[in-house]
Design a protein around this ligand. Structure first.
Ligand SMILES: Cc1cc2nc3c(=O)[nH]c(=O)nc-3n(C[C@H](O)[C@H](O)[C@H](O)COP(=O)(O)O)c2cc1C
Length: 195
């Protein structure tokens, strides 16, 4: 089985990069395969062009889809599961990942009649957050993030989904150091038990 990992963090000097590595180790140890899109490393272009906007907004299933978008489509359709690993930025994914959805979830592929995107077996979100779980829950922030990702972006595109948050991971918080290794062990287990 194959996982397609969409990873988005601007720095290797981050907890999130360790989550990626632990998760990948789990996948490999379970005897499964993965492919990775590291959006910052690829310098993935997150802004839609006007042509892309007009194509998608007017439901035109034309063949002029950009090569970098087509490459992401191929990765998705070659995988059994999709996994998003990113930090929360302003109660969202980093803008580059939001832009990835704008462009890659294109008309005719992710939506519209006769769309060509496969229905994946599983989607998993591994999300690092600075806020405590208490704050994320009490202000409805966790619920908002889940609704946007699972209820909108993912809607019907995976048979099963899971949204995992590693809270309290801001630099300077005791909880970052206290939970660092425990969280990485959890990320490893998610990789090991994905399939
Ligand atoms: C621009 C920016 C915005 C952020 N916004 C949020 C936020 O809205 N909610 C939150 O819980 N954490 C927020 N954070 C904290 C990050 O999620 C946190 O830095 C990260 O999860 C810690 O892991 P890292 O070492 O991988 O960056 C923000 C961080 C940055 C840099």
């Amino acid at each position: 089985m194959k996982a397609f990992i969409v990873y988005c963090h601007p720095s290797e000097n981050s907890f999130t990069s360790h989550v990626r590595d632990s998760f990948i180790k789990g996948i490999v140890d379970s005897g499964n395969e993965y492919i990775l899109s590291d959006l910052y490393k690829m310098d993935f272009k997150s802004d839609m062009t006007e042509q892309e906007y007009l194509r998608d907004a007017n439901y035109r299933n034309t063949s002029d889809v950009a090569a970098d978008v087509l490459a992401e489509h191929e990765k998705i359709n070659s995988a059994d599961a999709i996994v998003f690993i990113y930090p929360v930025f302003w109660t969202e994914a980093p803008a580059k990942l939001v832009g990835w959805f704008d462009r890659v979830w294109s008309y005719g592929f992710a939506y519209g009649e006769n769309r060509t995107m496969k229905v994946l077996d599983k989607a998993l979100f591994l999300v690092t957050a600075g806020n405590t779980m208490e704050r994320l829950v009490n202000f409805g922030l966790l619920d908002s993030m889940k609704k946007v990702m699972i209820g909108d972006r993912l809607f019907g595109r995976a048979k099963e989904s899971e949204f995992v948050v590693f809270p309290g991971m801001s630099r300077g918080l005791d909880s970052r150091e206290q939970n660092f290794e425990k969280n990485l062990a959890a990320a490893y287990e998610k990789g090991k038990n994905l399939f």
